[in-house]
Every structure is written in structure tokens, then in C-alpha cells.
Design a binder for this molecule. Structure first.
Ligand SMILES: Cc1cc2nc3c(=O)[nH]c(=O)nc-3n(C[C@H](O)[C@H](O)[C@H](O)COP(=O)(O)OP(=O)(O)OC[C@H]3O[C@@H](n4cnc5c(N)ncnc54)[C@H](O)[C@@H]3O)c2cc1C
Length: 302
């Protein structure tokens, strides 16, 4: 190498998308464009990319967008999309699974079952990634992901990797307090043995129960609100007479009132209007404050 060589930034190997419509990356199919989106090739590439970002550039980490509402004006900053990358799964005998943040929840559930492990059957019906599940403490049927996490690995803006255990993170119902500018890249799960090999059957039962009680197959983000202590958001919204209520092409589901459906062509604005309407009516009827579980980000359309 010549004496004039400078330390050039390593070439990026991932995919950079400019002005990327977030509606393509959201299970609600709404949302304006992000300034840029980066899909890293692997962990080294992601660290290189982060090292090349201005410290002030806002970053939004994205899995499958199944719990995210990006407003119609889009996101001023960079979206890092992990779904489909950093998605390795590893079985570590006798009772551990390591799952990359980009692996889908459904794959993790099936992988554990195939290796004779139980505990995470509930993940089969959650249409997100492990990263999103760790960030939201996703759960169903009385179980939550952090019940099974021995530790998670995180990455920060400077490329530093850390190991985080549950007691370092203030984990609660559908909420995890991760330090700013730190994100999940993988987790180690410790799971109970399933000697009877019943996990596969249980997965099928839970998926069937879901199809009976939830509007699967429509554009939604699952439950919009967290359940208030001792009650159910869906019961309160239904009790406020809001089943079937609409704003534009957004509608409160008749099947499950905590779901808001995009019938096709809804704007993020319509969904937010319905969210506010449900909050107001439940406040008036029941004196209960509903808090969205879904994360709302980005700019209003000017
Ligand atoms: C039909 C349907 C049913 C659902 N059922 C359930 C259910 O039963 N239980 C349940 O808990 N949820 C449910 N959900 C909601 C959703 O699937 C979960 O919250 C899921 O864990 C989100 O994962 P995701 O990859 O889609 O996250 P995204 O929606 O992409 O992101 C959600 C949040 O996590 C952050 N995030 C994503 N990846 C990372 C990362 N690697 N590190 C740090 N932060 C990150 C994002 O910035 C964002 O704030 C449902 C959704 C739908 C559409």
C-alpha cells in the first residue's frame, strides 16, 4: 500500500433504498417515504453502515412493520431493516436456541418445536421478527418473549456489542426500556424440554384459535392498544359502541374491537383518527385511558 493511503470506509455490501415508501414495509400498508432505508448484508456490514452515519441522523429499526404506524409524511432519517437478514437460528444442546433479530417469530416457534423444545409456541401467530418481539416484549396466551430470554445481544451506533439481561432493561407488559441508540441483534432463549413432542400440535391449536377470534388475513397491526390493568381494550371499545366505526378506509374490526383494519387505501391519518376516537369514547364511557401498543412515528403530511 502506498504511503499516501487513507483509511477508506469499507465498501458497503447491503441494499440502500432512497425515498422508500414505508407502506411497503408495514402490515397496515400505510406510511409515507423514509429518506433512506438500509438492508445490511450481515452484522459487519451493518456496523460499517452505522459508522458512516452522521450522529444526528435519526435511525428507526424495522422488523416486519407489524406493530408500527408511520405517518403519511414519512420518516426523516434512516430505516434499518433486519427482516430476512441477521436471521440465523442455532440449536445449542440441550435446551437453548439462539435467534437472530431478523428471524421471524413463526420460524423461531417451529425451530424450537423441531428440536424438541417448548415454551415459545405462542410466537407462531405473531407476524413479526425476533428483534421486534424483543423490543415490544411480544406475548400471547399468557406468555411473553422475555420469559424465555437468557440474554439479548445489542449493537449501538458506534458498533459496540453488548450482552443485556432482563434485569438490566426494565421489561414490562409490551414494553422494554432499551437505552437510546441501542438495538437488538440476537437473543439466547432457554426453553423447556418437550419430550412428548406436543409443541407442533399446540402451535396448530393456537393458530386455529387466533383465526377464530381475530381478523387474520386483513391489513392490521394486531392489537392497537395495550390492555389496561384487569380489563381488555377490545371489551371497552366494543362497550363504547365502536365496532365497525370508520374513518376513510380504516375500520374498527367487528370481529375484535382492538383491531383496526385498513380496507385498502386508508391513510395513516385515518388510522390515527380512529385511535383518537377510541381513546375519547372509552375515556367518556368508562373513565379509562387507553395507551397504544403500536408505535407511531414520522411526520404528518404537510
Ligand atoms: C395480525 C397480527 C397479530 C398480532 N398478534 C400479536 C400478539 O399476539 N402478541 C403481540 O405481542 N403482538 C402481536 N402483534 C404485533 C406485532 O406482530 C409484534 O409486536 C411483533 O413483535 C413486532 O415485530 P416486528 O418485527 O413486526 O416489529 P416492527 O413493527 O418492525 O417494530 C416494532 C417496534 O420495535 C422496534 N424494533 C424492531 N426491530 C428492532 C430491533 N432489532 N431492535 C430494537 N428495536 C426494534 C421498532 O423500531 C418499533 O418501535 C400482531 C400483529 C399483527 C399484524
Amino acid at each position: 500500500m502506498s504511503g499516501n493511503a487513507i483509511n477508506a470506509a469499507p465498501a458497503l455490501r447491503g441494499r440502500l433504498l432512497l425515498k422508500e415508501p414505508m407502506a411497503r414495509h408495514s402490515s397496515w400498508r400505510v406510511g409515507g417515504a423514509a429518506d433512506q432505508m438500509y438492508v445490511p448484508a450481515d452484522l459487519d456490514d451493518l456496523r460499517n453502515f452505522l459508522g458512516q452515519q452522521q450522529p444526528a441522523t435519526p435511525l428507526l429499526w424495522l422488523g416486519l412493520g407489524s406493530n408500527l404506524l408511520v405517518r403519511d409524511g414519512g420518516f426523516r432519517g434512516t430505516v434499518i431493516k433486519l427482516a430476512g437478514v441477521l436471521n440465523e437460528l442455532q440449536f445449542e444442546t440441550p435446551d437453548q436456541v439462539t435467534a437472530g433479530a431478523g428471524a421471524t417469530c413463526a420460524r423461531v416457534a417451529r425451530f424450537a418445536a423441531e428440536h424438541g423444545l417448548g415454551g415459545v409456541e405462542f410466537l407462531a401467530g405473531i407476524p413479526g421478527t425476533m428483534g421486534g418481539a424483543l423490543a415490544m416484549n411480544a406475548g400471547a396466551h399468557g406468555s411473553e418473549i422475555w420469559d424465555w430470554v437468557e440474554f439479548a445481544e445489542t449493537l449501538d451506533r458506534s458498533g459496540r456489542l453488548r450482552t443485556r439481561r432482563r434485569d438490566e432493561l426494565d421489561v414490562a407488559y409490551r414494553r422494554v426500556a432499551l437505552p437510546a441508540n441501542e438495538w437488538f441483534i440476537r437473543a439466547r432463549l432457554v426453553l423447556p424440554a418437550d419430550p412428548a413432542r406436543a409443541a407442533g400440535r399446540r402451535i396448530r391449536e393456537l393458530l386455529a384459535r387466533r383465526a377464530e377470534t381475530q381478523p387474520t388475513g386483513e391489513f392490521s397491526c394486531g392489537s392497537v392498544f395495550r390492555n389496561p390493568p384487569g380489563d381488555f381494550a377490545g371489551r371497552l371499545i366494543e362497550g363504547s359502541g365502536l365496532k365497525g366505526a370508520r374513518c376513510g378506509a380504516a375500520r374498527i374490526s367487528e370481529k375484535h374491537a382492538n383491531f383496526i383494519i385498513n380496507e385498502g387505501g386508508a391513510h395513516a391519518r385515518d388510522l390515527e383518527d380512529l385511535i383518537r376516537l377510541a381513546q375519547q369514547r372509552v375515556r367518556t364511557e368508562f373513565n379509562v385511558e387507553l395507551h397504544p401498543e403500536v408505535r407511531i412515528v414520522g411526520e404528518e403530511l404537510q
